[in-house]
Structures are given as structure tokens and as C-alpha cells.
Design a binder for this molecule. Structure first.
Ligand code: ATP
Length: 289
């Protein structure tokens, strides 16, 4: 039996550079894993099946599940005629923009590679990861990374993000990722008349190099925020609660609805967490990992 922590992801920076002729968006993102994690347990089984158990009823456990697909692809890649039993204890909010499904898939790939004596190289794992979803390769590696292309170009940052309290929260319903992209396309067409926010990324990088979270947060940016806040007022409301309760920076993660705020102290973050929970949010004080 192996155990993996499947860490959630935040986007400190998320923009679209341009669109490929096939309609895929080339992103520029700074992704950060945080210590809000699903617990993933994997063991070899005698049957040839993949058996998945999740403690959350709304999530499918068959081929639609990212963790199931990861296991199937891994077994196929090593041409192994055996099965696995996977148990996931879900903690990360579902459909929130925190890569819950992607990180479970990544944890299964990492865990199965441990279970099967590291049969695949990291490069092979990352290739399988990309075939499951754009955020999965990042989730295999974790930490603080610059991610480009459709998620396949991953660059380490010179420094990791300073260890400050980050309050993550999901308030209200989100929109699906394809719907979020559709709305962006409506606004920016093929993105040829729009320059991506390179200056913000530079500010973020400089702040990180200085080891200063407050300075780095000046470069936080999310291209989805405009289109999502228009149709999901709860996202704006959650960011306002963060700011009114001491966050020096607040942003949406991914295509929402989850938001995150940076605080000087955990005590302040705890005050904001209570306010968000009173309002009906799922919220947790996290640290970068
Ligand atoms: P991302 O940030 O990568 O866009 P997300 O955090 O917005 O992802 P998920 O939590 O991955 O969204 O859930 C999106 C959908 O995927 C849900 O409707 C869910 O039913 C489905 N799904 C499939 N596999 C999983 C999984 N292992 N965990 C959570 N959701 C899953």
C-alpha cells in the first residue's frame, strides 16, 4: 500500500498568450501547490480491475474519473496484467479551480510508479499526465512552477514562494472550465489583438526573488476573473471579504470560483476564514508546499 498527498493548486498568475490553430489556448501561468490535499491510497489487487472508492458521492468512480484514467494509463504503459485498488479521501473542494481532479490523477501516477518499482521515468510520467489533463503534469511535480503551452512546458522558478498564510475559499457555484474558455473567446476572439500581462509576471518574479510575498502579490493576475465575476457575484463577494478582513492581496484561482488571500499573520487569516465560513464558504488556511 502506498499513500500520496494530492495537493491543491493555486494560480498566482494565469494569462492566455495566444491560441493554436486547433483552438487550444497557450497559457502562461505561475502555479503553486498548497497544503490542502486529498488522501490517496493505492494497493495492488489480485483481480485485473481498477477499483476506485471515493468518500464523496457526487464524484464518478468509473472511467470519467481522472484517478481511474491515470491508473488505466499507467497499467497500459507498463503492460501489466494486474489491477489496483484506490481509495481517495476528498478534501479539496470539487469543481473549484484548485485542480482537484488533476491532482488526484497525478498522485495516482506518482503512487503507482512507487508501487511498481519506478518502472516509468519522470519524463514518461509527465507524458501520461498530459494525456489526462493540462494541469496534471504540474500536479505530478508540485511546488512553484511557471507553466506554459497547454500545460506541457514546465519551468522551475529560481526561488519558491515565501511561506505565508494563504486563505483559500470556495463560495458559491462555479462555471465549467470549457464554459469559462468560451466566455474568454467571446471577449478576446483569437487573442491576436491582446498582449498578455508580461509586466505583472515580471513583478511577481521580482517579489519572489526578493523573498517578499507582499511585493510578489503585486504581480498576481488572472485573465478569467473579469468574465467569471460578471456572472458569479459570489466570487467578487469572497474576494471582498478577504480584503475587508486583512488580506493584502486577493485573487481567483483557475477558472474559479475558488479565491485566495494572502495575510501577514495566521490570526488575521483565521478571522477572515470565520467570516467566509459564516457566509457558507468552504475555507482553509494553507501554506505553499
Ligand atoms: P481544474 O482546476 O483542473 O480545472 P477543478 O478544480 O476546477 O479542476 P475538479 O475538482 O477537478 O475541478 O472537478 C471537475 C469535474 O471533474 C467534477 O465535476 C468532477 O465530477 C469530475 N471529476 C473527475 N474525477 C475527479 C476527481 N478525481 N476528483 C474530483 N472531481 C473529479
Amino acid at each position: 500500500m502506498v499513500f500520496e498527498k494530492a495537493y491543491a493548486k493555486l494560480n498566482f498568475f494565469l494569462d492566455i498568450e495566444n491560441k493554436r490553430p486547433n483552438g487550444y489556448h497557450n497559457i502562461v501561468s505561475v502555479m503553486q501547490s498548497v497544503d490542502w490535499y486529498d488522501e490517496v491510497y493505492i494497493e495492488k489487487s489480485v483481480s485485473n480491475e481498477i477499483k476506485l472508492v471515493i468518500d464523496t458521492k457526487s464524484i464518478p468512480v468509473g472511467k470519467e474519473n481522472t484517478a481511474y484514467r491515470a491508473a488505466a494509463k499507467y497499467l497500459e504503459a507498463i503492460s501489466k496484467d494486474c489491477g489496483v485498488a484506490i481509495e481517495i479521501r476528498k478534501r479539496i473542494p470539487v469543481a473549484a479551480g484548485m485542480a482537484g481532479g488533476s491532482t488526484d490523477a497525478a498522485a495516482v501516477l506518482r503512487g503507482m510508479n512507487r508501487l511498481f518499482d519506478n518502472r516509468l521515468s519522470q519524463e514518461e510520467l509527465l507524458r501520461l499526465a498530459l494525456s489526462i489533463g493540462a494541469d496534471v503534469p504540474f500536479c505530478v511535480l508540485g511546488g512553484t512552477k511557471v507553466v506554459r503551452g497547454i500545460g506541457e512546458e514546465i519551468f522551475p522558478c529560481e526561488t519558491s514562494f515565501p511561506k505565508c498564510p494563504i486563505l483559500c475559499a470556495k463560495l458559491g457555484e462555479g462555471v465549467s472550465t470549457p464554459e469559462a474558455y468560451r466566455r474568454l473567446d467571446e471577449r478576446y476572439d483569437d487573442f491576436s489583438n491582446r498582449a498578455w500581462n508580461e509586466s505583472a509576471l515580471k513583478a511577481l518574479r521580482e517579489g519572489m526573488m526578493a523573498g517578499d510575498a507582499k511585493m510578489a502579490s503585486k504581480g498576481f493576475f488572472n485573465v478569467f476573473e473579469g468574465v467569471i465575476c460578471e456572472i458569479r457575484p459570489s466570487v467578487t463577494e469572497a474576494m471582498n471579504i478577504l480584503r475587508e478582513n486583512g488580506a493584502y492581496a486577493a485573487r481567483m484561482s483557475g477558472s474559479g470560483p475558488s479565491v485566495f488571500g494572502l495575510f501577514e499573520t495566521e490570526k488575521e487569516a483565521e478571522g477572515a476564514r470565520r467570516k467566509l465560513v459564516e457566509r457558507g464558504a468552504m475555507a482553509k488556511i494553507c501554506y505553499p508546499v
